[in-house]
Design a protein around this ligand. Structure first.
Ligand code: AMP
Length: 222
């Protein structure tokens, strides 16, 4: 289906639905350029850059960073020389962002497939309570469901330092879920109308989810 045509995979889902884990599996398998607005924003906050200082409070409260900031970040990525297969994790997150992205991609003939991760709120709260990630490469883990193979050592890069996110506190997660319901879930309908949205049952194990997502991407690349 896709002959020399640039393409984008978009992951949409509530916090804790496993988007980040799947993004890292897909990135390794297909050699995508993977772009997570959450990771980029955390880097800015850690650097204490002008942007980082501006968005820290919004981020800490679990609210959404203004559309123009994240849309600009995404455009910068897409305008880079040689970027022709991109995986978006956590972007777009509002209808406004989705429309800006569509405008940009459609006029350059990008092919787009959207995976939306569907998961019950109770499971989300349990999952987020145990998650942490490698300080060096961002590989995500979970104390209950996805521990590193060797205790204390990252499977991906061998790093030994891990971080727990500030915005994973229960009350912040509840706010993030609220934002997801109000601001992000309408995007799913937007993409359904374009016939490019695929549901992912995010209650399955990480291996089962990746098997299904990989099969769908392989079918798309035929
Ligand atoms: P994530 O790592 O994707 O869960 O994102 C963490 C936080 O970064 C979110 O709770 C928002 O504050 C912010 N963020 C990430 N992506 C976006 C986006 N596309 N639009 C607005 N805010 C975002």
């Amino acid at each position: 289906m896709l002959k020399n045509c640039p393409y984008a995979i978009i992951f949409i889902g509530p916090p804790g639905s496993g988007k980040g884990t799947q993004a890292s599996i897909l990135r390794q398998k297909f050699n995508f350029f993977s772009f997570s607005t959450g990771n980029e924003l955390r880097k800015e906050i850690d650097k204490k850059s002008v942007l980082g200082l501006k968005i820290k409070k919004i981020y800490d409260e679990g609210a959404l960073v203004p559309d123009d900031i994240v849309v600009e970040m995404a455009k910068k990525v897409l305008e880079q020389e040689g970027i022709n297969k991109v995986l978006f994790d956590g972007f777009p997150r509002t209808l406004e962002q989705a429309k800006s992205l569509s405008l940009f991609l459609e006029c350059k003939n990008w092919f787009v497939r959207v995976f939306y991760f569907d998961l019950d709120t109770k499971v989300i709260l349990d999952r987020i309570a145990g998650r942490f990630s490698c300080k060096i490469c961002n590989q995500g883990y979970n104390e209950k469901t996805l521990k590193p193979k060797v205790d204390g050592v990252c499977d991906n890069c061998g790093g030994c330092e891990f971080v727990w996110r500030d915005d994973d506190k229960r009350e912040t997660v509840l706010k993030r879920l609220d934002f997801y319901e109000k601001m992000t879930s309408p995007i799913v309908d937007y993409y359904k109308k374009k016939n490019i949205a695929y549901r992912v049952d995010a209650s399955l194990s990480a291996d089962q989810v990746s098997e299904k997502v990989i099969a769908s991407v392989e079918e798309m690349l035929k």
